[in-house]
Design a protein around this ligand. Structure first.
Ligand SMILES: Nc1nc2c(ncn2[C@@H]2O[C@H](COP(=O)(O)OP(=O)(O)OP(=O)(O)O)[C@@H](O)[C@H]2O)c(=O)[nH]1
Ligand SMILES: [Mg+2]
Length: 134
């Protein structure tokens, strides 16, 4: 994973990492990001419009990493917006819900979109969400 060293003027972090989360609408992307960045959870599904982002600064081996997570919308009508956010993303999270088979079958489409729109060096992970529904 490549990352950018910050200028001396900004001492709040050493590296900036941009990442993106994609997957079908309702699989729980916003809640995954919310849990990770704020340790929070929302019961209701308020569909993300276009794209949103959250930030978390973490200490990794005494290095301050500022992680920017772009939380994309799963609804089809936002596909054109979503694909523009793959570019420059050092990490991509592909999420599906274990109680929604279609959301798993869509993962190959999300990967194809990522392949078409991302930079070459991108760390990718697959997340199976809604573990409690199994
Ligand atoms: N049972 C269960 N429900 C979950 C879990 N994670 C999220 N949800 C619920 O799933 C619904 C959708 O969650 P969101 O995080 O809004 O889904 P999203 O993928 O961001 O949806 P879009 O923004 O439309 O793409 C909400 O009602 C959440 O409360 C989970 O782990 N278990
Ligand atoms: Mg969302």
């Amino acid at each position: 994973m490549t990352s950018k060293k910050t200028s001396q003027k900004d001492s709040t972090y050493d590296y900036l990492c941009k990442s993106i989360i994609v997957g079908d609408s309702g699989v729980g992307k916003t809640n995954i990001v919310l849990r990770f960045t704020e340790d929070n959870y929302k019961n209701c599904h308020t569909a993300t419009i276009g794209v949103d982002f959250k930030v978390k600064v973490m200490d990794v081996d005494n290095t301050k990493i500022k992680l920017q997570v772009w939380d994309t919308a799963g609804q089809c009508k936002f596909r054109n917006i979503t694909k523009t956010y793959f570019k420059g993303a050092m990490g991509a999270i592909f999420a599906y819900a274990i109680d929604d088979r279609n959301s798993f079958e869509s993962i190959s489409d999300w990967i194809r979109q990522a392949n078409e729109n991302s930079d070459a060096e991108q760390v990718r992970i697959l997340v199976a969400n809604k573990e409690d529904m199994g």
